[in-house]
Write a protein that binds this ligand. Structure first.
Ligand code: NDP
Length: 277
């Protein structure tokens, strides 16, 4: 389709058929007028199967043991809160790298159709046959810490999107935001303007939102305790994915914004973890 009948002008070939297949050619491929392939793979299939599988693991544990352990309940509750947050914020998702920059190739389609449902839910799958009873205090602690992380991650995304939507006029942590007014040139030679937020969560580090994302995953995994490496596979994968993604995004923004990105890096020197990295 990308070669012969692209759905929009946001499409193109790299000149290498393998790279075209792997990274994709089209940014917004559609079948017919209304069936958006990335909305289907990323949201409808990927994120919904995450929720369905999390519940399925609870049911399986009930079938096997006649009850659901509190560790499984914490794990499932946090995953469901996370997926609910995703759908609550879904319109904001259209502005993220997955939708706005990554083309619909094997990488993203296989990732959302296969990797997300199987790997992202794997801590729950592990818990089916390894029920642990944590006790009320620990359950409450993990639950509150996990929900706080999911909320902070949501608030980071909300802050930058509100800031852009209001053209830099939204309040950030109760104050007028500090910002950089950047300009860039598009592939067609047009000069455009954009705003970069440099206060609030976005003043702590350039990709601070990945910290609560990783910690949330840690909190829905830690009910499995530390007897096996397997349930931690997702958290470790996520750390690698997001550290690589932060670098990819920085490189892309540097070539897009040039001196304005340099100014942003001077003002907000850390990439992910304030004071460390
Ligand atoms: P972002 O939503 O942060 O998008 C990055 C883009 O935001 C940049 O390319 C740039 O785009 C713009 N931008 C960068 N800095 C600023 C700034 N200071 N002010 C305003 N805009 C800025 O990235 P992601 O797509 O990686 O993340 C979105 C959400 O998805 C996060 O919550 C993340 O944790 C989550 N996520 C989860 C994953 C998982 O597997 N669990 C994987 C990846 C993400 P522009 O060109 O428009 O300037």
């Amino acid at each position: 389709m990308g070669h012969l009948a692209p759905s929009s002008t946001d499409s193109g070939s790299s000149g290498n058929i393998i790279i075209d297949f792997y990274w994709g050619m089209e940014l917004y491929p559609r079948i017919g007028k209304y069936f958006d392939i990335k909305v289907f793979t990323n949201c409808r299939f990927g994120m919904m199967s995450w929720a369905v599988l999390a519940l399925t693991y609870c049911i399986k544990q009930y079938e096997e043991n006649g009850k659901v352990a509190d560790s499984m309940l914490v794990n499932t509750t946090l995953m469901l809160v996370y997926v609910t947050k995703f759908f609550w914020w879904e319109a904001g998702y259209w502005n993220t790298m997955d939708i706005a920059h990554d083309r619909a190739g094997f990488y993203i389609c296989w990732g959302c159709l296969v990797w997300v449902p199987s790997v992202y839910t794997s801590p729950g799958m592990y818990l089916v046959n390894h029920p642990v009873n944590l006790g009320t205090q620990l359950v409450l602690f993990i639950l509150v810490a996990g929900i706080m992380c999911i909320y902070i991650n949501y608030d980071c995304d909300r802050q930058s999107q509100e800031f852009r939507r209001t053209n830099g006029k939204s309040l950030v942590w109760g104050k007028a935001p500090s910002k950089i007014e950047a300009s860039y040139t598009t592939a067609s030679g047009e000069t455009k303007r954009s705003l970069l937020l440099t206060s609030g969560w976005w003043g702590l580090a350039r990709h601070f939102h990945y910290v609560p994302e990783i910690l949330a995953a840690f909190f829905w995994t830690v009910p499995a305790l530390f007897n096996h490496f397997l349930p931690y596979f997702y958290v470790i994968f996520l750390i690698i994915l997001l550290f690589d993604r932060a670098k990819r995004d920085d490189d892309r923004c540097r070539s897009k914004y040039g001196k304005y990105w340099k100014l942003y890096c001077d003002r907000v020197p850390y990439r992910i973890i304030p004071g460390i990295y």
